[in-house]
Design a protein around this ligand. Sequence first.
Ligand SMILES: [Zn+2]
Length: 205
Amino acid sequence: MRAALVVTGLILTASGALAHNDHGHHHHSHGEAQQEKKGHHGNGGHSHDHKHDHDHDEGSLGAHVHGQANLQLALEGTGVDLFFSSPAVNLLGFEHRPETDAQKEALDKAMNYFREMALVHPANGDCQVVSATVETPLADADFEGSHGDITVSQTLECSSALAGSRVQANVMTDWPDIESLQLQWLGDGGQGSQELTQGQQQFRP
Ligand SMILES: [Zn+2]
């Protein structure tokens, strides 16, 4: 029963993060809070200290480390609920409000990708996006920050169950500036965590 309790805790954490993502105001306000603290870039451009200010209510989710992204998966049969977060710089090459046409295109491209493309799929199959939500403070007209995340919730339906089979994290293939992906999963096969890198884009939940 202890294992079941741990799994339940993880489920609550994951669903809490998913629910959290439904509130656009949180990410909006955290971008502004960061801007207050990051008003001057006197320390070489990017301190990672500030990440602790806003991830206390999301566990390890939302840690803002350039090059790193997070992916949580809840697996049930051929269904998947996932939550992904990444510093925008990994996906766009910048983290301020888009100004040039090229920057606006980059943001649109990323938003459309995460609405339409399943971030994982069975190595020998595929997944379709049933529903998806993409949020980023960079899309807010009044965003003045210089650091911001892109967060994604997706519900997937896959051609076969992910649990117990080899899974490809194609989000890493498609976004090569994600140097490492911190994975957590739970589901029919139990729970686990793993760090993927560009040289290791598959895992077996
Ligand atoms: Zn940043």
